[in-house]
Design a protein around this ligand. Structure first.
Ligand code: GRF
Length: 196
């Protein structure tokens, strides 16, 4: 059984999709859901599923990123994950944190990388008058949102779209893409998939 830990910051809709996919003949199981926000509603849902959860409030470390990451690393290392999935995790992690998980850490980002790393991706796509938008799952490397892309899903930008309507349409695709990429990644498949 391949052990998967998932990091969230809020509702964790991607986490819920991942958890829901890891059953039956799936090679993975969720061993921890952790968050930088103790009030993240995704933690409540995960606990209701009987999953182990952990929360380390980054605000308690007054900007000391290293101390926060060391505290967050404790429950994660205790869960001994083989794969770490960032899913709506909104903190930037330093190379020191990424180090132990080199080659086994994934993130989902709501843009067609390498376009629009960082925040406000949908607003930026609208302002650029892009005709397509979407999401990407990539391996996490020290450079933000820049690791090898393992999968992408595309949606059309529609007339009248706002950042919110576009985000909602992309989120549906995120919930399709991430579980498919995780399963393939766990099976050692690294060739990229593209969902329409
Ligand atoms: C999603 O758009 C995800 O791509 C981004 O955060 C948003 C919320 O994710 N990283 P979730 O619902 O918490 O999984």
């Amino acid at each position: 059984m391949i052990r998967v830990a998932i990091l969230i910051s809020g509702g964790g809709s991607n986490m819920r999709a991942l958890v829901g996919s890891m059953q039956g003949d799936h090679p993975c199981r969720t061993v921890l859901v952790a968050s930088n926000d103790p009030t993240a509603s995704g933690l409540v849902w995960a606990a209701e599923q009987g999953l182990a959860t952990a929360a380390v409030d980054h605000r308690a470390f007054g900007g000391d990123r290293a101390a926060f990451e060391a505290a967050l690393l404790e429950p994660i290392l205790a869960a001994a994950p083989d794969i770490l999935c960032l899913a709506g995790f909104m903190r930037i992690l330093s190379p020191a944190f990424i180090g132990p998980f080199t080659g086994k850490k994934l993130n989902i980002h709501p843009s067609l990388l390498h376009k629009y790393p960082g925040l406000h991706t949908h607003q930026r796509a609208l302002e650029a008058e892009d005709t397509q938008a979407g999401c990407s799952v990539h391996e996490v490397t020290p450079e933000l949102d820049a690791g090898p892309i393992l999968g992408q899903a595309r949606v059309a930008v529609l007339p009248g779209d706002t950042a919110d309507t576009l985000a909602a349409r992309v989120l549906v695709q995120e919930h399709r893409l991430y579980p498919q990429v995780l399963r393939r990644f766990a099976l050692g498949q690294r060739d990229r998939i593209d969902l329409g």
